[in-house]
Design a protein around this ligand. Sequence first.
Ligand code: ZN
Length: 68
Amino acid sequence: MSATRAPANDNARPCPICGRPSVALVKPFCSKRCADIDLGRWLNGSYAIPAEEEDAGIAEDEGPVGQG
Ligand SMILES: [Zn+2]
């Protein structure tokens, strides 16, 4: 019977940037560099923002709501 020991960081996700094991200090990234890269992507707008709402001055009340 052979027991395969898992790596030290079995509970850690790989770096989303390069895929290396993440480091607690810069989770979920593997290094500050990757963290900066991710931040840069955000600033550049490379990331797709899920909440995309572009309503221009629309009344708050959409319809008659029964009160009471
Ligand atoms: Zn990385």
